[in-house]
Design a protein around this ligand. Sequence first.
Ligand SMILES: Nc1nc2c(ncn2[C@@H]2O[C@H](COP(=O)(O)OP(=O)(O)O)[C@@H](O)[C@H]2O)c(=O)[nH]1
Ligand SMILES: [Mg+2]
Length: 379
Amino acid sequence: MKVKRYIGNDPQETMLKIKSELGSNAVILHSRKIKKPGIFGFMKKPLIEMVAAIEENKEKQEKDALRGRIGLSGTNAVHSEGNKIDLLQNQVGNIENLLNNVLNKIGYSQDDKEDSQETLYKKYHDLLVLNDIEPELADRILAIVRKQVSFAEGHEEAILKTIRIVVREYLETPETIGDSFEKNKVVVFVGPTGVGKTTTLAKLAAKLSITKGKRVGVITSDTYRIAAVEQLKIYSEILSIPIRIVYEPTEIAEAIEAFSDRDIILVDTAGRNHKNEEQLKEIKALLENIKDPEIFLVMSATTGNRDMASIVKYYQFIQSYKIIFTKLDEAVTVGNILNAKLQTGKKLSYITTGQSVPDDLEIAHPDKLANMIVGEIHE
Ligand SMILES: Nc1nc2c(ncn2[C@@H]2O[C@H](COP(=O)(O)OP(=O)(O)O)[C@@H](O)[C@H]2O)c(=O)[nH]1
Ligand SMILES: [Mg+2]
């Protein structure tokens, strides 16, 4: 008697290995589910181990029969077509019986594969939601993943990889200020108080003037706090960039005019209480007084989804803007970036990752963000 151990991803695969080596008369002595080795082994689907045996002479008979079926040699090779079909039917019947016995024995029903995939999809849905992605959006992502990942390759790696691709596609290619623009380009930063508008403006001013050699001018309309003006004045002095202060929305056109020698003019605004209607009128008036402004909505990645939704709603009067996300260094989860991206339909541009001017500023690359969103699933 020959006894051998076989391992496969599921009972069908293990049985196939046994059948191809020992033939359909093999007897299953023992079967069990085993865990894959490695760090993530505990997260993976168990493997199926089977110990099979066959009488040596039965093995020989099987091999002869097999040879006969493929017309190799021996007396079996002259089977008539009818005999061949009978033989085949018998064998299929044997295998079916054998397989059902084994499956029943180890409690692994035909639906188990689908069930284990369902468990995986549920797990990733929950983890996306845990990472602050809105449940409906997690549903949408996984619906696409289901269509992309075929049943045969429905294992964990394929699902995870596809989730990452879908998230990356949703995040889209970022749009930044870029290098090629007309002289006198005006860029305005809007957003709630304390998210990092002034700091981000200083980072960009430094990059544009030092790295790209542009002539930069800075205007601030944030005159509510003396400290706010002082903060920007200090940055301007360090960077040797001229600064102008506007006290009324109507003064902005004049300030821009005075900067006609500048390649780019960065406009800082006061932090807005996004629930205040008066302040809304003021920011509208300011923007109306600027010809073709490029607007950046600055939001913090530490903002929860409900607050974020209300901020986005507040600024929906602006037709065209790009999004900057700040404080990624402080955010525990970053799924809200994807929510905001899809809620607004606007392009992402930059992310900031700390207080350091100008270093902690990056382009919002979708690969990196998708890894931050999906990568956290591993932890
Ligand atoms: N941790 C962290 N802090 C930041 C970041 N960007 C800005 N800040 C800090 O957030 C605070 C408010 O920034 P500020 O630029 O004055 O915000 P504004 O009111 O929107 O103009 C300051 O203490 C900044 O140093 C960032 O990316 N990460
Ligand atoms: Mg400010």
